[in-house]
Design a binder for this molecule. Sequence first.
Ligand SMILES: [Zn+2]
Length: 362
Amino acid sequence: MIKINKIERKRAFLGIILFSFIVSGIFGVVPAQAATISSAYFSVDGELIKTNYYMQNGRVMVPDLFFKHTGATVDKNEKYNSIAVERNNIVALYLDKAYMDYFVKEKNKWIREYLATTTTVINGRPYIPLIETALKLGMTVSYDSKINRTFIQTNAPKESKPIAIKKGETTEKKIALTFDDGPDKIITPQLLDILKEKGVHATFFVVGEQVSYYPQLAKRMVEEGHSIANHSWNHPELSKLYTAQVIQQLTSTNELIEKVTGVKPTLLRPPYGDFTAADALVFEKLGFKNILWSVDTIDWDGNSAENILTIVNRDKSPGGIVLQHNFQNTKLQGTVDALPKMIDQLRAEGYKFVTIDSLLAK
Ligand SMILES: [Zn+2]
């Protein structure tokens, strides 16, 4: 009963704020309550994560997706109009409401807790109270006023942190050529022709949507001995998606690749190399190895063949993974021109070309 009274008082208070907001709006005064979004680095298990935040009712409010950096999955539940944050425990925060529900395993039931602040949508992004949510997920939050920084300890066991692979662990002169974002009808056939002529097998991180346009080229990659791998459905920044959307991006792409080529990819490269701790756990759960790179040719930006060769020569190493692209873009002529020379030069130095699968095989 006390709690309900509290909420009613709060409603009355919010009503007054809303009223003064409208009045100040009429008189053209900027209301003092308007949220000012700032951005800062928050420490999550010692790693600095830049995030937007603001203060509301004396509470630190962060975008719901910030919690993906703690390894928690974050999803929107349309039916309940709530945000579900899950890591060992589940917290549900309701939009525009000053309470949350959390699950208590020992009692096997949901408990409602009233909050001093309201989950609020700003510019389409739900902001949730940082400390209240973190504590319910078994995390520790502290603030160092000297350096003006918030520290979050997720208290997750260390072995639960998945790894991202930047290169193969070998001292042998093996190197893997990789091409992202295809297949396309201009660049991909040229690259496949060169690779065939030179007898080199590469790894293609394909985009599902592109495979739907050019299934024959995806088939050709596999038929000619290349590895085919997952690069999402339509190349979003995975850190900016809810967990269910991340899963959809990866599974829909894998399903199409398997349907078209008969091969089920086990390698994944997140677009832009962008992912959170929660995304990495999802990759692992879906059976993917998270593949990054050790040599970035920056070919997508229109680098000339000469520049690409200079970069590869500078950054190559045994076990190296070379990042290049094959989407429809006039800027990629350098990639096509550099490829035969790159193969000849590296071969002359004793390098063998391998797919990522074979590079990582023990
Ligand atoms: Zn890409």
